[in-house]
Design a protein around this ligand. Structure first.
Ligand code: ADP
Ligand code: 5GP
Length: 188
């Protein structure tokens, strides 16, 4: 019998790299993995549900919760604020490993508070592919696309600070790699 420990996994990478897609696929095969629901000040996209995809907060409510110390981490990402609530993390690591899908600034802040967190970077095969994926997803205005692509260049420069990197080219291969990476760290 091999020993496994519950881990706090932080998954980040540029918008459009495929984080959401990969995490959903991995959780189909590992339903025991917990996923935190972040808070954000951005508006819901069509189909997004409050409390499921995000906790959608007004600017005032977000500020209030920052002041009361409710966030483990938060960051300004693109035009809005996003953050992980302490209540989404505390006690849950006793039940199993947990995934935080957050931006690069947030990931590095989590590492400061939890040095034992495992940081995994999801990268696209190229910036051209990233642009194509964002375009096909059809969720961004031209301005938002431009901002996300500019930010991606800075984020890609931080990839070597992560514990593991996965290139999301072929979806099934990347899913397998992510599953193997989680498994490897849970056995440490
Ligand atoms: P993120 O969560 O990183 O912003 P998404 O998971 O929303 O990215 O993926 C962005 C778009 O790219 C989605 O439309 C998704 O279906 C598509 N996508 C994700 N992974 C792949 C892949 N390996 N090959 C082709 N398209 C992909
Ligand atoms: P989107 O608007 O596409 O849902 O998310 C935009 C960005 O915000 C993504 O890079 C996503 O990882 C990041 N993000 C989502 N939730 C959090 C969070 O709780 N904290 C931080 N720091 N970033 C987050």
């Amino acid at each position: 019998m091999s020993l496994r420990t519950n881990k706090l996994f932080v998954i980040s990478g540029p918008s459009g790299a495929g984080k959401g897609t990969l995490v959903a696929r991995v959780r189909e095969r590992r339903p025991d993995l917990g996923l935190t629901v972040s808070a954000t000040t951005r508006a819901p996209r069509p189909g997004e549900v409050d409390g499921v995809n995000y906790h959608f907060l007004s600017d005032e409510e977000f500020t209030r919760r920052v002041e009361t110390g409710d966030f483990l981490e938060w960051a300004q990402v693109f035009d809005h604020r996003y953050g992980t609530l302490v209540s989404e993390v505390e006690h849950r690591l006793e039940e199993g490993s947990l995934i935080l899908e957050i931006d690069v600034q947030g990931a590095l802040n989590v590492r400061e508070r939890f040095p034992e967190a495992v940081l995994i970077f999801i990268e696209p095969p190229s910036l051209e592919v990233l642009e194509e994926r964002l375009r096909n997803r059809g969720t961004e205005s031209p301005e938002s696309m431009e901002l996300r692509l500019q930010t991606a260049r800075h984020e890609l420069a931080c990839a070597d600070r992560y514990d593991a990197r996965i290139v999301n080219d072929d979806l099934e291969t990347a899913t397998r790699e992510l599953l193997d990476t989680l498994d490897r760290y849970e056995r440490i």
